[in-house]
Design a protein around this ligand. Structure first.
Ligand code: 6PG
Length: 239
C-alpha cells in the first residue's frame, strides 16, 4: 500500500521529504550502523538536498548512490552527480569514499553499467537492498532512467544497466526495477502541474507499465511513499 503526502507547494514537499530522509537515516544507522540511499536526478530533489544540509545526521555513516545518471562527465551541467555535489556533498564536505557515482567517463556504456553494478554489489556484499531510494517522475511516466518502451524495463536480474532512449537519442544509466523494488523504503518526489495527468495515470490509471514505467515500482518487502505538491496532485480522485 503506498502512502501519499500532498503538500501545499514544492517547499513544503521538500521539507516533508527531508524529515522522512532524516527519520529513515536515523532508524537505519541505529539498526545497522549505516544508511544507504540512492539519490534521484532531475530538478525536483535540489530543494530537498538544500534542506538536508542543515540536518544533524552522522554523515560519515551515510552512503550515497545514484538511481540513474546521464551519459556525461561528472562536471557536466546535466550530471546528476554534479547536482548532488553542488547541493549536498560539497556544502557538507561529504567524504568521497561515501559517494558511489556512475562513471560515464569510462566510455563504453556497457562497461559503465558493469562497473557500477560491480561496485554496488561489492559494497552490499551481494544483491543491493537500499535503505532508501529516491525517485522522480517524468511527465512521460519514466522514473530513474527507466523510460517508456525501453529495453531496461525488461531487466529481471542485473543491478545496473545502460539504457538507450530513442526519444532522447542518448544512452542513460539506471538501476533496475529488481534493485528498486528490493529497497526497504522508496520515495517519489513529484512537483508541478505538468505532472498532474501522469501522476493520476500512474496511481489511479490502468496498469500499463511499458508506457508508464513508474507503475512498476512496487517494493517486494518495503514501503512506498509519494510526496506530491498540490499542483501535481490536483487531478487525483477527480473522475
Ligand atoms: C533524471 C532523473 C529522472 C527525473 C525525472 C523528473 O536523471 O532525469 O533521475 O528520472 O527524476 O525526469 O525530473 P524533474 O524532477 O526535473 O521533473
Amino acid at each position: 500500500m503506498s502512502n501519499i503526502r500532498i503538500c501545499d507547494n514544492s517547499d513544503e514537499l521538500s521539507t516533508q521529504a527531508a524529515e522522512f530522509f532524516i527519520e529513515t537515516a536515523r532508524k537505519a544507522t541505529r539498526k545497522t550502523g549505516r544508511f544507504t540511499v540512492a539519490l534521484s536526478g532531475g530538478s525536483t530533489p535540489r530543494l530537498l538536498h538544500q534542506k538536508l544540509v542543515s540536518a544533524s545526521l552522522d554523515w560519515k555513516k551515510i552512503f550515497f548512490f545514484f538511481g540513474d545518471e546521464r551519459n556525461v562527465p561528472p562536471d557536466h551541467h546535466e550530471s546528476n552527480f554534479r547536482m548532488a555535489f553542488e547541493t549536498l556533498f560539497h556544502p557538507l564536505n561529504i567524504d568521497h569514499a561515501n559517494v558511489y557515482r556512475w562513471q560515464p567517463e569510462i566510455g563504453n556504456p556497457l562497461e559503465v553499467a558493469i562497473d557500477y553494478a560491480f561496485r554496488t554489489a561489492t559494497f552490499f556484499e551481494g544483491f543491493p537492498r537500499f535503505d532508501l531510494i529516491l525517485l522522480g517522475l517524468g511527465s512521460d511516466g519514466h522514473t530513474a532512467s527507466l523510460f517508456p518502451q525501453t529495453e531496461a524495463l525488461e531487466e529481471t536480474s542485473d543491478i545496473a544497466v545502460a539504457n538507450w532512449v530513442d526519444k532522447l537519442e542518448e544512452e542513460r544509466f539506471t538501476l533496475t526495477f529488481p534493485v528498486i523494488n528490493n529497497a526497504e523504503h522508496i520515495a517519489f518526489l513529484v512537483s508541478g502541474k505538468e505532472k498532474a495527468a501522469t501522476l493520476k495515470d500512474v496511481i489511479e490509471g490502468e496498469f500499463r507499465p511499458k508506457n508508464l514505467p513508474a507503475q512498476s515500482v512496487s517494493p517486494v518487502d518495503g514501503t512506498l511513499h509519494w510526496f506530491a505538491d498540490k499542483a501535481a496532485a490536483s487531478l487525483l480522485g477527480n473522475d
